[in-house]
Design a protein around this ligand. Structure first.
Ligand code: MEV
Length: 420
């Protein structure tokens, strides 16, 4: 175990103050903890009234492409961070890669006189349109990115036909939505002129199939259980659960929800657009026409490893946009070692895989409720009005109950108060 993880192992047991001191000692932040001020928030959205706060926690034990990470996660759901960390600890090094990070945008035209001619025209004017597109993105081009390719396709419907001109775009370390939308709106008039059609819309797509992250783990079965036979049994159950999620949309949706528990938590922590990542992930899960799981698990032929893979599009940024002004997002990126956008996408996919491993392992072994017991007890305690000092005692009492609910929580709380 590396020193940073060894130090972090105790994190959960420390008081909030002690945790903050520990992080300060590790990284020496100038301002800690970071806070989103009213003044900055007021610049971010319209009619700003107050900040809606969500907890940010840290998952340790992540080894991704042989590098150690402490991962910031924003979530309101108990057990997500504990499960991510436990998953990371068991699965070891996660090998992830994002080979290419490009966005796709579209200029959609209707009432085009001849679609066949229009396709030909776009084809022959690709260089001109590409140059024009570059003129709308000079700073990105200067940084080595910008528009990469332009091509066209047609779509047909009973209310009419459409010509779609696609632009692929290298946003470097930015998320790139604004830059690409500017380009699309910029080149639209010239396209309309060329093909004699009218523009319906110009907008980027959140289906970022040119930014697909692929991850893989090979978990020695010994990590699943000390007993070899039991370990193989668990691995086979995980494999079966994975196969089942390919067959059943009810399960596939929940399976993917569990993956997104981890993915969204890091996307939010780093100030990225989680709706965009969500939309792209689910579109990708449906690309065959059947909604499918985004991860797969299988036992190796020699029965020595459980092999897990994840594959989904992730387009995130590490510069510009919200994250440039949100102090917590900036802090999160710093905690991750200021990754570039490719590395951040890889980290996010790795967290999704670890999260999914933990969920499926729990489902096919103890069931999901057992691991949730103390967190559920804590949440129930707060719901019935226990003070921070009363919570630990009430949790201990509740955990002895076969069925914990608000009624028993209220009853025990009264008893505890009576005893004092
Ligand atoms: C709960 O937020 C997520 C799970 O339902 C995921 C899964 O079933 O795989 C536990």
């Amino acid at each position: 175990m590396t020193p940073i993880f060894k130090q972090f192992r105790n994190y959960r047991r420390l008081s909030i103050e002690e945790r903050r001191e520990m992080l300060q000692a590790m990284k020496h932040y100038s301002v800690f903890p970071p806070v989103l001020s009213d003044e900055i928030a007021d610049q971010m959205i319209e009619n700003f009234t107050c900040n809606y706060q969500l907890p940010l926690g840290i998952a340790g034990d992540f080894v991704i492409n042989d590098k150690d990470y402490l991962v910031p996660m924003v979530t309101e759901e108990p057990s997500v961070i504990a499960a991510a960390q436990a998953g990371a600890r068991r699965i070891g090094n996660i090998v992830v890669s994002l080979d290419r990070k490009e966005l796709i945008g579209q200029v959609v035209l209707s009432d085009v006189e001849s679609l066949r001619d229009a396709l030909e025209i776009i084809n022959t004017h690709e260089d001109e349109l590409l140059e024009l597109a570059k003129n709308f993105s000079p700073s990105m081009v200067k940084r080595g990115g910008g528009p990469v390719k332009i091509w066209a396709d047609t779509k047909h419907d009973s209310i009419g036909d459409f010509l779609v001109v696609y632009v692929s775009f290298d946003a470097q370390d930015a998320m790139g939505a604004n830059a690409l939308n500017t380009i699309l709106e910029g080149i639209s008039p010239r396209i309309q002129q060329l093909v004699q059609g009218s523009s319906l819309m110009s907008i980027l797509s959140n289906y970022t199939e040119e930014s697909v992250v692929k991850g893989r783990v090979e978990i020695p079965l010994i990590q699943l259980h000390r007993n070899q036979k039991r370990a193989l049994g668990i691995a086979r159950q995980i494999e079966k659960a994975s196969r089942f999620s390919c067959l059943d949309v009810y399960r596939a949706t929940t399976h993917n929800k569990g993956i997104m528990n981890g993915i969204d938590a890091v996307v939010v922590a780093t100030g990225n657009d989680w709706r965009a990542v969500e939309a792209g992930a689910h579109a990708y899960a449906s690309r065959s026409g059947n909604y499918q799981p985004l991860t797969l698990w299988q036992v190796s032929d020699d029965e020595k490893f459980l092999i897990g893979t994840i594959e989904l599009p992730i387009n995130v940024g590490t510069v510009g946009g919200t994250l440039a002004v949100h102090p917590v997002a900036q802090w999160s990126l710093e905690l991750l070692g200021n990754p570039n956008s490719q590395e951040l996408a890889e980290i996010i996919a790795a967290v999704g895989l670890a999260q999914n491993f933990s969920a499926v392992r729990a489902l096919v072994t103890d069931g999901i409720q057992k691991g949730h017991m103390s967190l559920q007890a804590r949440s129930l305690s707060l719901q019935v009005g226990a003070t921070v000092e009363e919570v630990p005692r009430l949790v201990r009492r509740l955990r002895l109950e076969p069925q914990m609910n608000q009624e028993s929580a209220r009853r025990f709380l009264e008893e505890i108060r009576h005893e004092q």
